[in-house]
Write a protein that binds this ligand. Structure first.
Ligand code: NI
Length: 164
């Protein structure tokens, strides 16, 4: 296993749209393992392939207290349920920034596992929110996109300064 570099906002590569995974091979399994290791080391509760500069529709999530319940979703598709509820979010690609984003309280995820087998998961609470957040990454979208442009510009400026 190896740690991957996580891209930080405002890196333009975070804006690329991921492509469907069509090959379920050892390289995909290795990528998922490396992403989990990178996420746990950060530490974080979710990571999308886009964040490690791989434009493939793959996300990993683990919201368990002891970080021992990893979920891997390949080609996830979401059906959102219920009216949006605001909750605080952060992102490994936007370090140090936390703010409220309105998300669906329940979500149905249709995805494939690392062998290509289809499965469905009903998720709510933090798991559901985290899945929605990670799927946004696959579309090139960040949680700060939900904030006011005033706030977002301030965050972008702050992170640019940290990088310099
Ligand atoms: Ni994120």
């Amino acid at each position: 296993m190896s740690l991957l570099e996580i891209l930080h906002h405002p890196d333009a590569r975070l804006r690329l749209k991921a492509k469907p995974v069509t090959t379920f091979d050892a390289a995909l399994a290795k990528l998922a393992e490396d992403m989990l290791e990178t996420m746990y080391a950060a530490p974080g509760i979710g990571l999308a392939a886009t964040q490690v500069n791989v434009q493939q529709r793959l996300i990993v999530v683990d919201v368990s207290e002891h970080q021992d319940q990893p979920h891997i979703f390949v080609n996830p598709a979401l059906t959102l349920q219920g009216s949006l509820v605001p909750g605080e979010e952060g992102c490994l690609s936007v370090p140090g920034v936390y703010d409220a984003v309105a998300r669906a309280p329940q979500v149905t995820v249709e995805a494939q596992d690392l062998t290509g087998k289809a499965f469905t998961l009903e998720a709510e609470g933090m798991l559901g929110v985290c899945i929605q957040h990670e799927c946004d990454h696959l579309e090139g979208k960040l949680f700060v996109d939900y904030l006011s442009s005033l706030k977002r510009n301030r965050i972008t400026k702050q992170l640019k300064k940290q990088k310099a």
